[in-house]
Design a protein around this ligand. Structure first.
Ligand SMILES: [Zn+2]
Length: 228
C-alpha cells in the first residue's frame, strides 16, 4: 500500500468540523499483498467503496474511501485491502466507538450528548456500550497484557462505573502493553489498537452483528494461524 491515508490526512483535518465529509482518491501499491489464507500471489480485482466514520483528536469525519480488492491466483479467495486504522465491516471506526462509550461509562456524560458530539445516534451509543461490556473478560485482558509484556502493572480502575468501563480500561492496559513491545498502531484507544492489531496480525475480525463477537485471548497470543 502507499502512504497510509490516515497519517497523510491527519494534518489536513486539524480544522475540519464535526460531521464533515472527506473523499479520498483511489490508491494502491504496485503489487497486491499476498493471500491471507494461502500466501500465494494474486491480482488486483477492482474496488470496494466504504464510508467509514473516523475520529481524530479534533474532529469526527465521514470518509468516502475506495479500497482495493485482490483475488488469489491459487485458492481464488477474494479480499479487501484495509489501510492501517480502518476496521472491516464497521461504519463507525473503533476509536469513535471507544470515545463514545468512554464518555458515557467513564466520563458520566449522557448518552445523547456523547453520541451527538461524535455524529452518532443514541441507539448506536447504547448498542456499543452493551457490545463492549460483553466483548471480553477483564481478567483475561489483563492476563494477555502480562503475557505480551511481563512488566505490565495490572492496576484496575477503582470502582468502575460499569462493566463496559472496566472492559474499556482493560483494553487500554493491553493496548499500552502492545505498544511497549513495539507493536505499531495508528489507533488512539486501547480497544482500537488491540482489535486492529489482531486483525492485521491474525486476520481476525470481531463483529458487532455477525461473526465472532468476543475477543479471544488465544487469538491475541497468536494461538491461531490465519483468519477464517
Ligand atoms: Zn489464496
Amino acid at each position: 500500500m502507499t502512504k497510509a491515508p490516515l497519517a497523510a490526512a491527519r494534518d489536513d483535518l486539524k480544522h475540519t468540523s464535526v460531521g464533515a465529509s472527506v473523499v479520498q482518491p483511489r490508491r494502491r501499491g504496485d503489487a497486491p499483498p499476498r493471500c491471507p489464507r494461502c500466501s500465494a500471489h494474486g491480482w488486483w480485482n477492482g474496488w470496494r467503496v466504504v464510508y467509514p466514520v473516523v475520529a481524530f483528536a479534533s474532529a469526527v469525519v465521514r470518509w468516502e474511501l475506495s479500497l482495493a480488492r485482490v483475488r488469489c491466483s491459487a485458492c481464488r479467495h477474494a479480499f479487501t485491502c484495509y489501510p492501517p486504522g480502518f476496521y472491516p465491516r464497521r461504519q463507525y471506526q473503533l476509536d469513535v466507538v471507544a470515545d463514545v462509550v468512554a464518555a458515557v461509562e467513564i466520563g458520566g456524560e449522557s448518552v445523547a450528548t456523547a453520541a451527538a458530539a461524535r455524529s452518532a445516534s443514541p441507539t448506536s451509543a447504547r448498542r456499543w456500550s452493551a457490545w463492549i461490556a460483553a466483548l471480553a473478560d477483564v481478567e483475561a485482558l489483563h492476563a494477555v497484557a502480562a503475557h505480551v509484556d511481563p512488566s505490565t502493572a495490572t492496576v484496575a480502575t477503582s470502582m468502575p462505573r460499569s462493566r463496559a468501563a472496566a472492559v474499556l480500561d482493560a483494553f487500554e492496559v493491553l493496548g499500552a502493553a502492545l505498544g511497549r513491545t513495539g507493536v505499531a498502531a495508528v489507533e488512539r484507544t486501547g480497544l482500537a489498537r488491540v482489535l486492529g492489531w489482531q486483525h492485521r496480525a491474525h486476520g481476525d475480525v470481531i463483529g458487532l452483528v455477525t461473526g465472532p463477537r468476543r475477543f479471544s485471548p488465544a487469538m491475541a497470543r497468536g494461538g491461531r494461524s490465519h483468519g477464517r
